[in-house]
Design a protein around this ligand. Structure first.
Ligand SMILES: [Cu+2]
Length: 172
């Protein structure tokens, strides 16, 4: 299941980037720049084929801290049933890509993952547990650990994701 954690986080990051690129604030990077960045990351590049879809911009995202981790809600409330098939297909494509990550060393991950996927790779290496469910509007994930240090790390990650969606691109 760990691979899904990475997949989902990459998704979060890129949707946040996309939100900035299309938002009212000054774009921090153009769509082409963003795509170039994504193509360098083993996880994020799996999303490239779907980026022109309308549902990308309709994503609603929530992150909530738990005592032992965090809860991630990805929802595409505007997606039709047909689009949801694509959304779930994308999740599966990233899961497949993620299978390769399990064999990666931390050093390899540095070369093959973007900064944010690397941070989640690190949480994963700590032994965090996660469980993801495909839902009628997208997906929901629980990321937890019995180790207080790892829980603290998960909370830092959750904060970063919230900040991204609050529009603080300097954290990128
Ligand atoms: Cu990435």
């Amino acid at each position: 299941m760990k691979k899904v954690l990475l997949a989902s986080f990459g998704l979060v990051v890129m949707v946040a980037l996309l939100a900035w690129a299309g938002g009212e604030q000054k774009p921090q990077m153009s769509m082409d720049q963003m795509k170039a960045e994504m193509s360098k990351c083993t996880m994020c590049k799996e999303m490239l084929p779907y980026m022109n879809q309308e549902w990308w911009m309709g994503m609603k995202h929530e992150v909530h801290n738990l005592k032992n981790g965090a809860l991630f809600i990805h929802a595409y409330p505007t997606a039709t049933e047909k689009e949801l098939v694509d959304i779930h297909k994308m999740c599966t494509a990233m899961e497949t890509a993620g299978m390769g990550l399990e064999k990666m060393t931390a050093k390899e991950a540095q070369g093959k993952l973007c900064q944010h996927c690397q941070e989640w790779f690190s949480v994963m290496k700590d032994g965090a547990k996660d469980e993801w469910v495909l839902t009628k509007t997208g997906s929901i994930g629980l990321v937890t650990s019995d180790n207080p240090k790892t829980v603290a790390k998960i909370h830092v990650m959750a904060d970063k994701v919230r900040q991204m969606f609050a529009g603080t691109p300097e954290k990128m």
